[in-house]
Design a protein around this ligand. Structure first.
Ligand code: COA
Length: 168
């Protein structure tokens, strides 16, 4: 599988939106995305790409400039939370299982290790998302808290929201 990992460019905005639409459709029960509420807007996406904080890391996995995976890690600017970075990740189904998710997480962990503020990486994952939980555990993330039935799925059933973390 040929893929490259790099920072997103302004020209990627449309492909980023297509990716978000695709993974939202592919994962109706394991992902919560803004797209479920609101049509994505190209200018908003361009602004998001432009406005990456110096302690944030946004990366895309691309196959010949087509975005097939994304990881976004945000540093918490609030003074008492300045040691925290939180991230979310998605890889398109047809590209899953080829190490793209692992590579994206590796990059974020490395960035966090080298960053002067970030000491702890956190994420949330739905309790029904065994594949993603396994991926995070592979990188040493541990479950820290479980919010019971915090997520209400489309069919009206509930699943837990799990907080996982790793000190870097
Ligand atoms: C979860 C996700 C990011 C994994 O990305 P990926 O590119 O497939 O990950 P990799 O190929 O690097 O797989 C890494 C590990 O993840 C685990 N894993 C990933 N998907 C899995 C699945 N469906 N079943 C079991 N394990 C899985 C395995 O432990 C695997 O390690 P191994 O190859 O050494 O066995 C990707 O499948 C995805 O984006 N899914 C939909 C969106 C989502 O769930 N995002 C996370 C929300 S919190």
């Amino acid at each position: 599988m040929n893929f490259e990992i790099r920072q997103p460019r302004i020209e990627d905005a449309e492909s980023v939106i297509e990716h978000k639409i695709k993974v939202t459709k592919e994962n109706p029960d394991t992902l919560a995305t803004a797209i479920e509420n609101q049509e994505p807007d190209l200018n908003d996406q361009i602004e998001k790409i432009k406005n990456t904080g110096e302690n944030d890391l946004k990366l895309v996995a691309v196959d010949s400039d087509k975005v097939i995976g994304i990881i976004n890690m945000f540093h918490d600017h609030r003074h008492k939370f300045r040691h925290i970075g939180q991230f979310g990740i998605s890889v398109q189904q047809e590209y899953a299982g080829h190490g793209i998710g692992s590579k994206l997480i590796e990059e974020v962990v490395q960035f966090a290790k080298e960053n002067e503020h970030i000491e702890k990486l956190i994420l949330t994952v739905f309790g029904n998302n065994d594949g993603a939980i396994r991926l995070y555990e592979k990188f040493g993330f541990e479950t820290e808290a479980t919010l019971k039935d915090q997520v209400k799925l489309n069919d009206g059933s509930y699943t837990d929201l799990i907080y996982m973390s790793k000190w870097v």
